[in-house]
Design a protein. Structure first.
Length: 327
């Protein structure tokens, strides 16, 4: 029997948590022979903690063979203790009439605190994946607090956007989505993100030679991927949850699979013209479990450069709203 992986999850009683925890405990994230211990962190709010109790009762009732323990707490220093993976799903939602700058600052305070505590108490090999919005900037903020853990351990999720883009291309081309490869997301997890269709392939051929409607690729395709979250809210009356949880399973599983090529938001280091020190979506290849290298070789045409410039501008602006918090 392998040693269990300790997985800390914030926002564990929320919508995404409710789809996510059962998949982690069933082996979908780390594999069918990898035991896990779930360390579930909720806000210190009675309703949330009560809901978490119910979720833990349901985890008990699943009798998952791989689940070796569950911690439930509102104390982040207990929840992140010795965690190998820290999945930061909980965040403050945007309230009615709330300015984007205020949302960034409110979440900034949460992610400063969580980044500091993770750096102090998580396992030496800890990896952090941020889902709570604004995910890229929250990730940058958490990483800013790390002294022990290197910045490349902090990633944010753009995999839902990659999965959405893959399905849209497959539909347009009239093929099964497994025929679509190498579609990567650049920039912010927001409507400014850029799904770089020029590098994608469909059935082994360049996507642009299979889908020759360039106006569709540049317009409705990019827009549909960027605004898919809003379309789901309009249809379902609630934001994406099961698909977001599924994307996080994909994000972590790809990061644990050497050779996997996928999109994650990482510290830019100036790649593809992104400002150094913002966290931007880009393609990576997993090298060893949990580690990756950015794939830097994709050429960007004028259209792609303009899309990257726009999403970079938004990331730089988000950073400026919280600059004084970063220390
Ligand atoms: P919910 O509002 O259902 O759940 C969030 C949970 O987080 C709540 O239970 C709340 O009590 C908890 N929480 C708040 N502050 C906390 C803190 N400081 N510590 C621990 N827990 C805390 O939201 P849900 O639908 O689950 O979405 C969670 C986050 O994911 C949101 O920020 C949402 O915007 C974001 N999303 C990100 C996506 C992505 O692709 N990166 C897609 C889906 C989703 O919209």
């Amino acid at each position: 029997m392998k040693n269990p992986i300790r997985v800390a999850v914030t926002g564990a009683a929320g919508q995404i948590g409710y789809s996510l925890l059962f998949r982690i405990a069933s082996g979908a994230m780390f594999g069918p022979d990898q035991p896990v211990i779930l360390q579930l962190i909720e806000a210190p709010v009675e309703k949330a903690l009560k809901a978490l109790e119910g979720v833990v009762m349901e985890l008990d009732d699943c009798a998952f063979p791989l689940l070796q323990g569950v911690v439930q707490t509102s104390d982040a220093s207990v929840g992140f203790k010795d965690a190998n993976w820290c999945l930061l799903v909980g965040a403050k939602p945007r309230g009615p009439g709330m300015e984007r700058a205020d949302l960034l600052k409110d979440n900034g305070r949460i992610f400063i605190e969580q980044g500091r505590i993770i750096d102090a108490v998580a396992a030496t090999d800890a990896r952090v994946a941020v889902v709570g919005n604004p995910a890229n900037t929250n990730c940058m903020i958490a990483a800013s607090q790390a002294r022990r853990l290197p910045a490349d351990r902090f990633t944010a999720m753009v995999r839902l956007d990659q999965n959405r883009a893959r399905t849209q291309l497959a539909r347009k081309a009239g093929v099964h989505l497994t025929q679509v490869r190498d579609i990567f997301i650049y920039g912010n997890h927001s409507p400014t993100m850029f799904p770089a269709f020029a590098h994608a392939t469909v059935s082994g051929r360049p996507a642009t030679s299979v889908i020759t409607d360039n106006a569709w690729l540049q317009g409705p395709f990019c827009e549909a991927v960027g605004k898919r979250g809003a379309a789901i809210i309009a249809a379902r009356g609630a934001s994406s949850a099961a698909s977001a949880a599924n994307a996080l399973v994909d994000h972590v599983r790809s990061l644990m699979t050497p050779g996997a090529i996928h999109s994650i938001a990482v510290k830019s280091n100036g790649h593809y013209g992104f400002d150094a020190n913002v966290w931007a979506g880009m393609p990576v290849i997993t090298t060893t479990p949990g580690s990756y290298e950015v794939i830097t070789g994709y050429a960007m045409d004028a259209f792609a450069q303009s899309k990257i410039a726009a999403t970079n501008k938004e990331l730089v602006e988000e950073r400026s709203f919280v600059a004084e918090m970063l220390g």
